[in-house]
Structures are given as structure tokens and as C-alpha cells.
Ligand binder design. Structure first.
Ligand code: PSU
Ligand code: MN
Length: 310
């Protein structure tokens, strides 16, 4: 990607994050769509605060990213986190939306794609989320392929996620990542994980055993001039997972309900996540929170190992 310092006047990097970056200390980017559109209040703001603390407890500085009043915010205050969690005027914004939200001075919660781009502008290389977007089921007709995949193809950031949400077509998602030269690497398993579940039935294209190995992969990739991102998949801890066979009928139900409502495009992922929380009586929300926390821990360790290699 082309990172130019013409972006600097649009960025507000929190002083704590700026100090860590200047000192070469580990920093972990965190996204905000998961707060505004991925979980209900008040669990969303509580999750956001706890995830920041987990990053700190594992030796890195958290930088939650959003667009507020048209400013690219890297690192948020508690009041800003609260606004994202509660204000209905906050839009879900992906890369395509960034120039409009900036130019018109709006509020936007950033997806994986737009968070990656802002993280890269700020010089942050490691990012934790819940699950990455991917190729939607039925994409051969809808053409609904998340911009997260195209951002991974071009922006030099490692995204730590619990794999790809099982509301998506995981096989096609892995194909698109391969086409774009994006390493999809699973930490500690030979099977690619499926967000709520440790297993997806798909072999992971690549694996590493430790966060230190993951950091060495990142250094090698970028040293070699292989631009673009890495998807580091971290399976949800066994005690927190919903096994694939248990969640499958609930996902099928949510997809049917979505089709009946005629929802498409950017509204699908928030609807499906919310509907699955309803159908599972809240269990999937607990699972989602557990996997995000685990990813924050892994990302902090990768960022620390990467900082030690430089
Ligand atoms: N992970 C979660 N919850 C979420 C998301 C990820 O646990 O809500 C969000 C991310 O912001 C991701 C987005 O980029 O879902 C995917 O949206 P879409 O399918 O429209 O690209
Ligand atoms: Mn989409």
C-alpha cells in the first residue's frame, strides 16, 4: 500500500500510544465495529475496556481505533469508548467509507479493513479482533466478499482473529486469501478455526506453534518485501467454544431469518451476530467475548515478540 505522510494531519494518536510507538514498544490495534455493531450494550463497552486491560497485562499498549468527528482516532478515552457503544449515529465504516466520514466530519466505527488501514498509517503492525470478514455464503450470486480480505491483500498488518465466522463460506474465504498471497496461519493447530468453534473441517493452510514463531513470520514477510497482511487465526479456548455441530443449526436459522427480511450488504454481519445471540439465549455473546479476549492476549504477545526482533 502507499502510506504517505499527507495522512498525518487527519490522525489523532493518543499520547500514550504515540509514546509507545516512538520508543519501539509493542502496540496492539483494536477495532470498533465490534463495539458499535457486534455486541449489545452494556456488554460491548465492558468488553472493550477489558480487552484493553488484557493487552496491557500482556505487555503492550492498546490502541482502539475509530473515526470521531471526522478525525482518525488511534487510542480512545473512556468517554469515546462509551459514545461508540451507545450512540446510534455511529455508522459501521469500511475502507470505502473513510474519505466520506472524514470529509463530512462524521462518527464511524471501523471494521477490520478500515482499522487495518488506520493502524498502518499510525505505524501499528499487530491488530486483534473477533472474527475476520470473508466470502459470504451465496457470494457466487451476491458478490458479497468482505473488504477485510482485500485489505489483508495490501496493508502490512497482522490481524489476530478466531478464524472466519461460520456465517461465511470458509472454504471460499481461504481460496480468496490464497489468491491474494495472504498467509492464513493457525496458532497451535492444523485445523483452521471457525470463530465460535475450534474446528471448521478445513485444514489450516499454514500453522505456527508459538507467538514468537508468528512474529518471526511477520518479520520475514516484510523484510522480503512481501507487502500485505497476515491472518493469524487463534482458536477459541476449548472451555469457551460452542462445538461446530451445536452452532450449525442456529447459524442456518439466522441465515433463513435474514433472507426473509431481505437484508444484504453491510447489514448482514451485524444482523446475523445479533440474531445468533437471541437464538442461543445469550450463549454466543459469551463465546464471542471469550474469543476476543483470547485474541487480545495473543496479539499482545505477538507484538511484544515482534518488538524484540527489531
Ligand atoms: N468480529 C466480531 N464481531 C464483529 C466483527 C468482527 O467478533 O462485529 C466485525 C468486524 O469489524 C469485521 C466485520 O470487519 O465484522 C465484517 O463485516 P462485513 O462482513 O460487512 O465485511
Ligand atoms: Mn459484505
Amino acid at each position: 500500500m502507499t502510506t504517505t505522510n499527507t495522512a498525518a494531519p487527519y490522525l489523532d494518536i493518543h499520547p500514550e500510544v504515540a509514546a509507545a510507538l516512538a520508543a519501539g514498544k509493542p502496540v496492539v490495534a483494536l477495532e470498533s465495529t465490534i463495539i458499535s455493531h457486534g455486541m449489545p450494550f452494556p456488554q460491548n463497552v465492558q468488553m472493550a475496556r477489558e480487552v484493553e486491560q488484557i493487552v496491557r497485562d500482556h505487555g503492550a499498549t492498546p490502541a482502539t481505533i475509530a473515526v470521531l468527528g471526522g478525525r482518525l482516532k488511534v487510542g480512545l478515552t473512556p468517554d469515546e469508548l462509551h459514545l461508540l457503544a451507545t450512540d446510534k449515529n455511529v455508522q459501521k465504516i469500511s475502507t470505502r467509507d473513510l474519505p466520506v466520514t472524514v470529509a463530512l466530519g462524521g462518527h464511524g466505527a471501523t471494521t477490520v479493513a478500515s482499522t487495518m488501514r488506520i493502524a498502518a498509517l499510525a505505524g501499528i503492525r499487530v491488530f486483534a479482533t473477533g472474527g475476520t470478514g470473508g466470502v459470504h455464503r451465496g457470494a457466487e450470486h451476491s458478490m458479497d466478499v468482505s473488504a477485510d480480505l482485500l485489505e489483508l491483500a495490501q496493508t502490512d498488518v497482522c490481524v489476530v482473529s478466531a478464524g472466519v465466522k461460520s456465517i461465511l463460506d470458509i472454504g471460499l474465504t481461504l481460496e480468496v486469501l490464497e489468491t491474494h498471497g495472504v498467509p492464513a496461519i493457525t496458532l497451535g493447530s492444523s485445523e483452521f478455526p471457525a470463530f465460535y468453534s475450534r474446528g471448521s473441517g478445513f485444514a489450516s493452510p499454514l500453522s505456527v506453534q508459538t507467538e514468537q514463531e508468528a512474529a518471526r513470520v511477520l518479520k520475514a514477510k516484510w523484510d522480503l518485501g512481501l507487502t500485505g497482511g497476515v491472518l493469524l487465526a487463534s482458536p477459541i479456548p476449548a472451555e469457551a467454544e460452542i462445538p461446530a455441530a451445536d452452532i450449525a443449526p442456529h447459524i442456518a436459522q439466522a441465515l433463513r431469518d435474514m433472507d426473509a427480511l431481505g437484508l444484504t450488504g453491510k447489514d448482514t454481519t451485524p444482523y446475523l451476530l445479533g440474531r445468533i445471540v437471541e437464538i442461543t439465549g445469550g450463549r454466543s455473546l459469551e463465546t464471542n467475548i471469550a474469543l476476543v479476549k483470547n485474541n487480545a492476549k495473543v496479539a499482545a504477545r505477538v507484538a511484544a515478540e515482534l518488538a524484540a526482533l527489531k
